[in-house]
Design a protein. Structure first.
Length: 620
């Protein structure tokens, strides 16, 4: 029975797709008959494809004629596209998509023979629309996408015929201003995208007629101020983005009538003061990347539905006990981010007003401790861990601070914590019991200064609950016989996700109980054998050198008469100044010199020679 039902469903889907396939075949045949003198190829400038067979498939059921058919034209010049579209006979289609073409000027009869529900004309250098260009399709067109062209202004009456339009996307053009006359007839518009232009002026009341608008995107323009009347009439607006402008001042009454606003993005401006109140449905507020120096310049009152607040990348240096007091009315606030500020001090009761938080981001600040010290009446200071009130916290990010130690009473109250991120700090000590009561699933403490961890530090953690652990890039000091961290990491398997070097934690000790005895014995035998061979080779080398230098022979050496000849004179002969015989002139090669005959003065005859005779005899 189940097989039959599946077959019937497939048959019905195929039957629904048959009409669209037949229509596409007819359209394709028309395109093939259109002569194109600018293109010598056999390929038509535009193609037709049923949405059920292509990437443009929609979840909306087909109810009207033309649903499920889209025509695409790409990499063409305007005349080619114009000829192809005008060869049709007032054909109803779901989507006409023209992209990456060159259509600088769109003629008034460009869409005379085609009736799309959605029109996309993007990345095609469109700069001018002729008057009445949308008159033929205005009653049917619901979505108009004109992204990434070169429109510098919206000519009067250009969109007047688009009375049923729901989405208008002008992202990535060169618009400089928005005036009421440009869009006042678009009364059914729900989404207006004006981001990434050069808008520096919005006429007061320009959006007054857009009472049904739900999304307005003005991001990445050049606005410098918002007046009380800038958003007049947008009572049903739900999403507003003004991020990426150059806002210096805002008249905060500009938002007071937006009772349905759910998301407000004021990020990446030059605001130094924020005052918002009475936005009953506001859920997400972004004031990141501004010039806020103190939380005393941030006033957020009567925001009961606020759940996400981002104050990242400002110039805040401390969070005092009462700085967040106005947020006590926002009982649904779950995520609070102060990343990339200059916070060095958080007072002990600062987070008491936002105790329902589940996500807290404090990364990239100047915190050196998780405890503040409060002066008492006696003049002494008492410890106050500032995270203590956050009993529902699930994600805590403290990476890239200057924290030096984790004390035993700073995190114990966070019994619901699942992700603890402490990497890139200066932590050199974690006290025993610091993690008691925690059952985290993700733990990152890499790139710190830890060399030792207490044995029972993770005693309350369940290995089965852990999903990711990184303790790499610390100067670990391992002691064989008492090291437990390495085996603990091994028990995690692929849940140990080191981003750097684990040092000695990956080196096993000789008496590591996890290593089999046979493996240790075999390794010891191999090492001893290698050492024995090395010592033996060394002894052989020493012996060879000794034989070469001392002429050692195994056969006794017999003495010859010539061995007795004294080649070097004895010390006695070196004591006489003249080694030659005075009488016979014979060199005395051995033994004591013969005494020389003396003259009458008692001087030896050899000594009485004149200098000239000495030169002759001795060759001097």
């Amino acid at each position: 029975m189940k097989t039959i039902l599946i077959f019937v469903a497939l048959f019905v889907a195929f039957a629904k797709a048959i009409p669209t396939v037949d229509v596409c075949e007819k359209i394709e045949n028309v395109f093939l008959t259109v002569p194109d003198p600018e293109d010598s190829s056999d390929q038509p400038p535009c193609r037709c494809l049923p949405e059920e067979m292509g990437a443009m498939r929609t979840s909306r059921p087909f109810k009207e004629e033309g649903d499920g058919i889209w025509i695409g034209c790409t990499r063409q010049y305007m005349p080619s596209v114009f000829r192809a579209l005008n060869a049709l006979n007032e054909t109803l289609i779901s989507h006409l998509w023209i992209w990456n073409s060159v259509i600088n000027i769109v003629p008034s009869d460009m869409f005379a023979k085609v009736r799309p529900r959605t029109l996309t004309l993007e990345n095609s250098r469109v700069g001018v629309f002729r008057r009445g260009v949308f008159d033929n399709i205005g009653h049917r067109l619901k979505n108009l996408y004109l992204k990434n062209n070169i429109l510098k202004s919206i000519e009067p009456n250009t969109f007047d015929s688009l009375t049923g339009l729901e989405t208008l996307d002008l992202t990535g053009n060169k618009l400089t201003e928005i005036r009421a006359r440009d869009i006042e007839r678009l009364t059914f518009l729900e989404t207006l995208m004006l981001s990434d232009n050069q808008i520096n002026y919005i006429e007061p009341g320009a959006f007054k007629s857009l009472t049904g608008l739900k999304t307005l995107n003005l991001a990445n323009n050049k606005l410098t101020n918002i007046t009380k009347h800038t958003f007049q009439g947008l009572n049903n607006l739900e999403v507003l983005s003004i991020q990426g402008n150059a806002l210096l001042t805002i008249d905060w009454d500009a938002f007071i009538h937006m009772k349905r606003l759910r998301t407000l993005d004021l990020g990446t401006n030059q605001l130094s003061r924020i005052v918002l109140r009475g936005l009953d449905n506001l859920q997400r507020l972004y004031i990141n990347n501004n010039h806020i120096k103190s939380l005393q310049n941030v006033t957020l009152r009567d925001l009961p539905d606020l759940s996400v607040l981002s104050i990242d990348r400002n110039q805040i240096s401390r969070i005092n006990d009462n700085d967040l007091s106005a947020l006590s009315q926002s009982s649904r606030l779950a995520s609070l981010s102060f990343a990339n500020n200059n916070i060095s001090v958080i007072e002990g009761q600062a987070f008491e007003h936002v105790h329902e938080l589940t996500v807290l981001s404090l990364q990239n600040n100047e915190l050196s401790s998780l405890t503040s010290y409060l002066p008492s009446k006696t003049g002494e200071y008492t410890k106050a861990p500032f995270l203590k009130p956050l009993k529902k916290l699930r994600i805590l990010n403290l990476s890239h601070n200057k924290i030096t130690a984790i004390e035993s009473d700073e995190l114990n109250t966070l019994s619901n914590l699942k992700e603890l991120i402490l990497d890139n700090n200066m932590i050199s000590k974690i006290n025993p019991g610091a993690f008691n009561g925690l059952r985290v699933s993700k733990f990152f403490i890499n790139n710190n200064r830890l060399y030792y961890l207490p044995d029972d530090l993770f005693e309350s953690w369940s290995v089965e609950d852990l999903e990711a652990v990184d303790i790499s890039d610390n100067p670990w000091e391992c002691i064989c016989g008492s090291e437990w961290i390495g085996p603990w990491l091994d028990s995690l398997g692929d849940r140990n996700v080191p981003s750097g070097d684990l040092g000695c934690l990956v080196i096993r000790c000789d008496n590591d109980p996890e290593e089999p005895e046979d493996a240790r014995s075999f390794a010891t035998t191999i090492i001893a054998t290698c050492l024995a061979f090395a010592v033996f080779a060394l002894l052989i080398g020493i012996g060879v050198l000794y034989v070469q230098q001392n002429c050692i022979h195994t056969v006794p050496i017999k003495r010859c008469p010539s061995d007795m000849v004294q080649l070097i004179p004895a010390m006695e002969s070196l004591s006489y100044p003249n080694p030659f015989s005075a009488e016979k002139g014979i060199v005395n090669l051995g033994g004591p010199a013969a005494p020389s005959p003396k003259n009458k003065s008692g001087v030896a005859a050899g000594d009485a020679l004149s200098k000239s005779e000495k030169r002759v005899r001795f060759g001097i």
